[in-house]
Write a protein that binds this ligand. Structure first.
Ligand code: NAG
Ligand code: NAG
Ligand code: NAG
Ligand code: NAG
Ligand code: ZN
Length: 428
């Protein structure tokens, strides 16, 4: 898709500078628009590029709606709103003030730890708010402690800044490492906070449901679950301390002041193709070589290790926001895995199960067709190299609040995905 490479031109210009008053980047007064662009019409695209190049616009997301139409969500700083409005784009306002949205997300919640003496799992109030990174780490540890015979803490590797990439491994009656793997990665992209919360909800439900819920029992007896809720700890911490909209890791490189590689463009399958960038300032910077981001290298190695154990049945890379189930491939729009028909059938059932509770619509299909082309992503690698049966990405809620999904939607988002996963695990 032509649009993506064009975005890279201006996305790098957009980073708002931290103000000297405080350490955090302020997005107060940024207005968010959804622009509808006609695809593949060089004139329109060039026009869009030309007009945006003069503004410090921040691209938040874009979605391929149809062959005719792509939408782009873009944040415009307060001083440039009039300039933007002067352009003849078809645009709707998603938010009058991104700073207000960030504030509305609420403060990071207090973590109410388990009471060691009665061996209960952490309080479900965990899912009422977002949390500091160190509380996530404690939560995983506490959850594991409450399920001692069927779980262990795992570490896939170390981030660029030296933080462990941690998570939980859960197993059922067959014992540790006895079944094909279900492998989940959350918070690959730092600002997608809902993804780690949902991943945690899934493991929480498995832990509390294993005793009495037959669906959970058979899922855990059939598969070993390996869940890494925050695979980009450096970026995630940075979104909490400094810049809520940070996406990449925090890797520095020679000969550039730009920081960060897109962990989801640094896998070796399709590396460097369309939908990724060699410009270190781009939000989709792939790195110079596949796996030259330590986080990606760790995940690739971990996935290959799981392949050697008992194979990978299902991989899901959790993202937000688009309400979309992405199947392989992302790097090509014209080739498909051999089992694509089965995958589409499963994705359809999963989407239907997701809609049960709140009527939330998830679309599904090969990523390149239903969202946009993205090269060097995790699901393509896990499909082709790890040989997983299902190498998926899921883009969670929603389609209007975006990355700043209000905390009172953590539970609904989690519940509907739990419905979807129970369907998928029972039918895959
Ligand atoms: C833990 O549970 C025990 C027994 O129910 C209770 O006495 C104690 O106050 C609890 N501690 C906390 C921190 O809630
Ligand atoms: C950085 O620049 C130096 C001097 O031009 C060059 O020798 C080196 O290879 C460059 N490093 C990278 C990673 O491009
Ligand atoms: C991307 O992958 C290449 C090749 O595996 C690796 O050398 C490079 O360090 C990776 N870059 C990042 C940012 O991970
Ligand atoms: C559910 O969503 C569909 C598609 O958005 C809509 O047509 C339908 O009216 C909704 N149903 C209910 C009960 O809200
Ligand atoms: Zn993402």
């Amino acid at each position: 898709m032509k649009l993506l490479s064009i975005f890279c031109v201006f996305v790098g210009l957009g980073a708002a500078a931290p103000s000297s008053q405080q350490d955090k980047v302020s997005y107060d007064g940024y207005r968010v628009y959804r622009v509808t662009t006609v695809n593949e019409v060089a004139g329109d695209v060039a026009d869009f590029q030309l007009r945006m190049a003069g503004l410090s616009a921040i691209e938040l997301n874009h979605r391929h709606i149809s062959d005719e139409e792509t939408t782009i969500d873009i944040a415009i700083p307060p001083g440039q709103v009039d300039d933007f409005d002067a352009h003849p784009f078809s645009a709707t306002i998603l938010s009058e003030d991104l700073g207000v949205d960030i504030a509305a997300e609420g403060a990071l919640g207090n973590y109410q730890r388990l009471n060691e003496s009665d061996q209960k799992v952490p309080s479900p109030s965990w899912f009422d708010s977002y949390h500091a990174y160190e509380d996530h780490v404690q939560f995983w540890s506490d959850l594991q402690t409450s399920f001692p015979d069927n779980s262990e803490l795992i570490e896939a590797g170390v981030s660029f800044e030296g933080q462990p990439i941690q998570g939980i491994h859960l197993w059922g009656s067959g014992g540790r490492d006895s079944k094909p793997a279900v492998f989940f990665n959350g918070n690959v992209h730092a600002r997608e906070w809902i993804t780690s919360m949902v991943a945690e909800y899934l493991i929480y439900q498995i832990v509390i449901g294993y005793e009495n819920d037959a669906t959970v029992q058979s899922a855990l007896d059939n598969y070993d679950f390996y869940v890494l809720p925050v695979v980009n700890p450096d970026g995630f911490v940075y979104t909490q301390t400094t810049d809520r909209l940070w996406r990449k890791n925090r890797q520095t490189r020679d000969n550039t002041t730009e920081v960060g590689t897109d962990i989801n463009r640094n896998w070796s399958v399709g590396f460097g193709g369309e939908g990724s960038s060699l410009d270190p300032g781009s939000e989709t910077f792939s790195g110079y070589q596949p796996g030259d981001a330590p986080e990606t290298a760790a995940l690739m190695a971990y996935a290959l290790k799981l392949a050697d154990n008992n194979g990978v049945k299902l991989y899901i890379d959790w993202h937000s926001y688009a309400q979309t189930i992405l199947l392989s491939y992302g790097y090509t729009c014209t080739e498909f895995p051999d089992n694509i028909q089965d995958q589409i059938r499963l994705a359809a059932g999963t989407a239907q199960a997701i809609a049960q509770s709140y009527n939330t619509t998830f679309v599904y299909g090969p990523g390149c067709l239903v969202l946009y082309q993205s090269s060097g992503n995790g699901r393509d690698f896990v499909t082709d190299v790890v040989d997983a049966e299902l190498g998926w990405g899921i883009e969670l809620r929603d389609t209007s609040y975006g990355f700043m999904l209000p905390a009172n939607q953590i539970l609904p988002s989690s519940v509907e995905i739990w419905d979807g996963m129970k369907y998928l695990w029972a039918n895959m």
